[in-house]
Design a protein around this ligand. Structure first.
Ligand SMILES: Nc1ncnc2c1ncn2[C@@H]1O[C@H](COP(=O)(O)OP(=O)(O)OP(=O)(O)O)[C@@H](O)[C@H]1O
Ligand SMILES: [Mg+2]
Length: 491
């Protein structure tokens, strides 16, 4: 096996043992690394200064006094039931928010007196807000949805809610009265998009009104009660400049990526769960010309393309009788009849890979997709597997040939142990040699260590490889300074 790859290795700075072995290549993919003692090593020895630390994350959701909280939770749910019985909800929902608030405030004040709840003005106001959230929003998680610093909300049964903030998970004091309360909220979420969950269909994807992506699993598949995972919709999508600012990549890398998108060089974004794939896809899509017609295909529409001419499509799960499913593959095939200039596939994860590659190979260059993989070589292997799922009799060599012809660049993302998202690698596919797919790395992130507080240390380097795609860029009038690729030149 080893004889099929000839690696030249760069002496890496000390790296933590937990890191994946970047030198082991799977069969069929050649990976160019660098000559021992070459000038590239200099860049590794003299790392550029680390980017400034980001602003501290806002304080966590403050846990209230547990006894009081339980009492309030109980009161809230009871009051909510009464309100639903006593008032005309649909009439109320038509009123402006401040009118509803006034109305609810009166009712709550009376109720608080009757129930002898000892609340000060602030607590009363909070209680009114919570009741409002129960009635018009998603109950206890509503404050989490409103908090812009939270990116994910993960509900593990009615008593356990985690959030992700600044890339790190933290528990919250938020909880539901009981499982029925959580289920009521779950049903509110899924029914809003015309779906339902029940014992016979315990899994469901949905989207909140604000665009947040939701996945729900209930009993019997969720053993300890409903599991809800919400990926919050970021109201201000991160622009590529912002990603540079937060240290996800260096300006030279961003300039190259932007140029590749402008020049319609087909790019795949690879990364693990929550590594920032969709964010990067959004950021890169900003460099697509306004004149192009784009078609997006997603399971739950999350992308926020800024172009004027975007046609968005979403898959559909089967109905109760198990019929009517519309898969990503159907949508990719259909998109080809919709005169797209580029197809943007939110996440390529199955048989649609075949049709997507066909599209990329037949005049839809510059199409983009994300893929779930831990490094660029794995992304290729995953693509090979996915193309196999299309069930066509293709040899591995022709599959690889298709991939090599369709895709030029792989942008690899990762969420590091300190929660930061980084572009770990920008790799170029340069073609095939026999049955072997040739790939070379242009930029990479070199991790040098971890501080006591868990902060990961490292820096970006150019590997010294001059991308072949620069010739294509030059032909389209886009010039990238060649010193960007010089490993001696700090990024
Ligand atoms: N470089 C970054 N710095 C800080 N936050 C980021 C960065 N990239 C992405 N995020 C945030 O991380 C969260 C996850 O990002 P995103 O949805 O892009 O990941 P993903 O890889 O597409 O996830 P999934 O695998 O679940 O689809 C989002 O809230 C996003 O705003
Ligand atoms: Mg995503």
């Amino acid at each position: 096996m080893a004889g099929r790859f000839s690696f030249r290795k760069v002496p890496s700075p000390p790296v933590e043992p937990a890191l994946p072995d970047e030198t082991a290549a799977p069969e069929g993919i050649a990976w160019t690394v660098f000559a021992e003692g070459s000038p590239e090593a200099a860049a590794v020895i003299a790392p550029p200064p680390p980017p400034p630390p980001p602003a501290p994350a806002p304080a966590a959701v403050v846990p209230a006094n547990p006894v009081m909280r339980d009492k309030l939770l109980d009161a809230k749910v009871r009051l909510h039931r009464r309100l639903i019985e006593e008032i005309n909800l649909s009439a109320l929902e038509k009123l402006p928010e401040d009118e509803i608030r006034k109305h609810i405030q009166q009712l709550v004040s009376q109720y608080v007196l009757v129930e002898r709840l000892a609340l000060n003005t602030q607590e009363l106001a909070d209680f009114v807000t919570e009741i409002l959230d129960e009635m018009t929003g998603l109950g206890p998680i509503e404050p989490l949805l409103k908090d812009g610093s939270i990116s994910d909300i993960l509900i593990n049964g009615h008593e356990c809610v985690y959030i992700e903030r600044g890339g790190m998970l933290e528990p919250t004091a938020v909880r539901f009265k009981d499982e029925a309360h959580l289920l009521r909220i779950v049903n509110k979420i899924v029914s809003a998009v015309g779906r339902r969950v029940d014992e016979s269909h315990p899994l469901c994807d949905a989207r909140l009104l604000d665009g947040s992506r939701v996945n729900v699993a209930i009993r019997p598949v969720a053993v300890d009660g409903p599991l809800v995972s919400i990926r919050k919709f970021s109201k201000k999508p991160l622009h590529l400049n912002k990603l540079v600012e937060v240290g996800a990549l260096r300006p030279q890398m961003a300039e190259l990526l932007a140029a590749l998108v402008k020049a319609r060089v087909t790019t795949i974004i690879s990364g693990g769960t929550g590594s920032g794939k969709t964010t990067m896809l959004n950021a890169l899509s900003a460099f697509i010309s306004d004149k192009e017609r784009l078609i997006t295909i997603e399971d739950a529409a999350e992308l926020q393309l800024q172009q004027p001419h975007v046609a968005r499509m979403e898959t559909r799960p089967p109905n109760v009788e198990g019929k009517g499913e519309i898969r990503q593959r159907d949508l990719v095939k259909n998109a080809l009849r919709m005169r797209p200039e580029r197809i943007i596939l939110g996440e390529c994860r199955g048989e649609e890979a075949f049709d997507m590659l066909q599209a990329m190979n037949t005049g839809h260059e510059g199409s983009m997709a994300t893929i779930h993989a831990n490094n660029p070589r794995e992304a290729i292997s995953r693509l090979e597997q996915m193309i196999g799922m299309a069930g066509l009799p293709m040899t591995i060599a022709s599959t690889r040939g298709q991939i090599a012809a369709a895709i030029r660049i792989i942008v690899q993302l990762s969420r590091l142990s300190d929660g930061k998202r980084k572009v770990m690698s920008i790799a170029e596919i340069t073609g095939m040699e026999g049955e072997i797919l040739q790939m070379q790395e242009i930029f990479k992130y070199v991790r040098t260590g971890t501080l006591e507080d868990g902060t990961v240390q490292g820096h970006f380097v150019a590997t010294g490889v001059r991308p072949r795609v620069l010739t294509d860029l030059a032909a389209k009038g886009i010039k990238i300074p060649s010193n960007y690729f010089d490993p001696g030149h700090p990024l």
